[in-house]
Ligand binder design. Structure first.
Ligand SMILES: NC(=O)C1=CN([C@@H]2O[C@H](COP(=O)(O)OP(=O)(O)OC[C@H]3O[C@@H](n4cnc5c(N)ncnc54)[C@H](OP(=O)(O)O)[C@@H]3O)[C@@H](O)[C@H]2O)C=CC1
Ligand SMILES: O=C1OC[C@@H](O)[C@H](O)[C@H]1O
Length: 383
């Protein structure tokens, strides 16, 4: 098969846009990929100087970094800096837009990109609320363009191994589930304008970190062969307000998959997560335990139940599946986007719109049930 090249336009020059772009610059063969490759055709920033600095940074990576390969192998050839985002959407050399702005801008950025006829990969959380997401999905359908939420975890080697264990049936029926993404941010030392603290930028633990307990809920419970509930609902919630800026310091929400089990999901900005267990699925024959961090988990275990309540699984098995060396872990989702677009798909089977909608709907319920400064905020759907 001939290698096809996907030409990316990068929107914003912040932290994750940098890591994503670095990964586009890594030699695909280092992760066993030979059918596709990536090019960065344009970068858009609120200032052209910042876009240029971003491109220069990618062109001058130290030899020791895997992504220094890109500059020497054409990934950045002809890459154009733009001093606004719209010029990237209109750039004829760009096939697909990567959006790495704060959550409150995702809808507007993705909408403008789709309207300009570009495919879209948008960072998590997909949008601010479900109304925004539904508008984007309708637009992608009407324009026959690819649209996906950038939940990178779903494309990591470990996610494939987890799916295989669940499909084997050895764990039996799920009994209960818990998943957590917590970090100790020491928020009092951060400026109130920081995107994690600023309600107007979609700050707080729920929207930024909530996607990760949710991805494990999707991979371990929702996609579990025993699950038949296609619309699991939030049945209880709690948020602690960070008084200085009004965002949520932590969020907790309980989800029910009717006829199967309940799941407890947690996000927290004031407590380090548990190293050995960031997600736990307890089942009739044994448990599946995923180690921290939930966004780039590389190790999980299948473990026996307590001796007093034995199941069919009698010995612990450990699975270690790291992302390829030299990779931040974001290449895998980029490869998937390239394959989907090459195949003419507008939706990815591993990250469906239906599952993004479920998770976005959970966030809406948690946010509207809490007392943070984001409680009554509406997204920009229809605007
Ligand atoms: N998949 C993952 O692992 C991760 C995903 N994320 C997600 O990515 C998104 C961005 O996070 P992150 O990269 O950490 O954020 P940063 O604050 O580092 O970067 C955000 C960028 O957005 C652009 N921007 C446009 N308007 C504004 C504005 N009013 N205020 C601030 N920035 C603005 C800026 O780029 P410019 O000036 O060039 O226009 C800025 O650099 C979030 O949705 C977050 O949840 C974050 C970290 C990891
Ligand atoms: O997506 C993410 O994963 C890693 C975290 O450090 C970051 O805050 C979050 O946005």
């Amino acid at each position: 098969m001939t290698r096809s090249i996907l030409r990316w336009g990068i929107i914003s020059t912040g932290g994750i846009a940098t890591e994503f772009s670095q990964d586009l610059c890594v030699d695909p063969s280092t992760r066993g990929v030979t059918d596709i490759s990536h090019a960065i055709a344009a970068v858009g920033s609120r200032s052209v100087a910042s876009a240029q600095k971003f491109i220069d940074g990618l062109r001058s990576g130290p030899e020791t970094e895997g992504w220094s390969w890109g500059a020497k192998n054409g990934v950045l050839d002809g890459c154009t800096p733009h001093g606004n985002y719209q010029d990237v959407y209109n750039d004829p050399n760009v096939d697909v837009i990567y959006i790495g702005t704060p959550p409150n801008f995702h809808h507007q950025n993705a909408k403008e990109a789709l309207l300009a006829g570009k495919h879209v990969l948008c960072e998590k959380p997909f949008t601010f609320d479900l109304e925004e997401l539904d508008e984007l999905i309708a637009l992608a359908k009407s324009k026959n363009l690819f649209l996906m939420e950038a939940v990178w975890t779903r494309f990591h080697p470990l996610a494939g191994a987890v799916r295989e264990v669940l499909a084997s049936g050895t764990l039996g029926k799920p009994l209960r589930f818990t998943a957590d993404f917590s970090m100790d941010w020491n928020l009092d030392n951060e400026p109130a304008e920081h995107r994690m603290l600023n309600p107007a930028l979609g700050g707080g633990s729920l929207l930024d970190m909530g996607p990760y307990p949710s991805v494990w809920a999707m991979l371990l419970v929702h996609q579990n062969p025993h699950n038949t509930d296609r619309d699991p609902k939030v049945i209880n919630t709690y948020q602690t307000v960070y008084q200085r800026t009004g965002v949520d310091l932590n969020s907790r929400w309980l989800v029910e998959w009717k006829g199967l089990c309940q799941g407890q999901l947690l996000s927290d900005l004031s407590c380090p997560g548990h190293r050995d267990a960031t997600a736990i699925l307890q089942c009739a024959e044994g448990d599946l335990v995923v180690e921290y961090p939930p966004y780039k988990a590389e190790t999980f275990h299948v473990v026996p139940r307590p001796d007093r309540f034995p199941g069919a699984i009698t010995k612990k098995t450990t699975y270690h599946l790291p992302v390829a060396k030299g990779n931040n872990g974001l290449s895998y989702e980029a490869d998937e986007v390239a394959r989907c677009i090459r195949a003419g798909k507008i939706e990815c089977e591993k990250m469906t719109w239906e599952e993004s909608r479920i998770v976005q709907g959970w966030f809406d319920v948690v946010r509207r049930s809490g007392n943070t400064a984001l409680k009554g905020l509406k997204g920009t759907a229809g605007k």
